[in-house]
Write a protein that binds this ligand. Sequence first.
Ligand code: NIG
Ligand code: FE
Length: 413
Amino acid sequence: MSILFTHIKELVQVREHTQEPLRGAAMDETPSIKNAYLFVEHGCIIDYGSMDQLQPHPAEEVYNCEDHIITPGYVDSHTHLVFAATREKEFEDRIHGLSYEEIAARGGGILNSAAKLASMSEEDLFNQAQQRLNDLMAMGTTSIEVKSGYGLSVESELKILRVVNRLQEKNHIPIKATFLGAHAIPLTYKEDRDGYLKLIIEEMLPAIAKEQLADYIDVFCEKNYFTVDEMLRVIEAGSAYGLKAKVHVNQFNAIGAIEAAVKAGAVSVDHLEVMTAVDYEALAASSTIATGLPSCSFFLGLDYAPMNEMIDQNIAVALATDYNPGSTPSGNMNFVFSLACIKMKMTPQRAFNALTVNAAHAMGLQDEVGSITKGKRANLLFFKNIDSIAAVPYNFGNSIIDKVFVNGYDINN
Ligand code: NIG
Ligand code: FE
């Protein structure tokens, strides 16, 4: 099928190349064409330009988009979409003054989610995750990364990653799978950390690799979770199976995880609520993407990752939701966009670049999505009756998207 969109009020995030993530001053621009056309064929962007330059195109369908701003879809490079149950009780406990860490120490948190997931069937987990994904796509997410990590046993970690695999087969958007066996130490291994690391490295990883269920490997490197040395052991074991690292670091404490992860070649380091001078230095000289998760800071009342400071130090940054039942029960990228502008003081241009082009780099999809570029997928957002993309974060708490296209098709038709 071929479609020609004509008279587009503004076509935003138009880029010839996106081989490198955006840094520094390049983050301040979202190149666009006013009164534009866009030609899409077989699900891909074939051509675009200003209406003055429009040559005759043999399009099967033609749409006048004079009321619409068109952008690429959001790329959510960090989610825990597959979980068994919500955790409102912990939410109430926090309102009464307990901290996230205190709740975890009492057996709540990740261990609570793992206990619930163990007793849920793969079928039910899949159905719930698919419903969540449908909701996210309607809010503009058209590429997503999904982690395991609420299994913490061979059987349950495999169950989650098989669900992610089914999501990949059933949906037409790019979905990357990340193995996060090192999310927390299960109670049964409380006195035997090394035993759990061996389980991850010698049993979970080979089984996951055999079924080709993961693209990336992740570790929650944090006090009371996994040490820097343990993170490095898991990253190294993953790399033997071709899995690159995307890791949780610096959420509550700076313990040297960033420098170590960068040295180990991590694709991204995520959270970054607590940063030191050494952390900035390690990232500035690297190709690792620094991913901020402002909805998590919002929900837990943490500091926000210092995105502008990182951009000013030439660090490549992205933004993602961190959708999960404990620290971020929202997968709405529009809300991340608003928080980035309102709380992190990023300009709409910086935030949008972090939500699209750089987010694609954070999950190895820079040649496929994240911008209006010839050859990329036609995963597009249509905004009606707005004058600039600043209207998106301005309308916080709402999704003002009129239409979402995946591979050239309106997801609602
Ligand atoms: O990214 N920090 C580690 N993992 C999740 C939260 C996990 C949970 O509380 O269930 C996060 O915030
Ligand atoms: Fe997370």
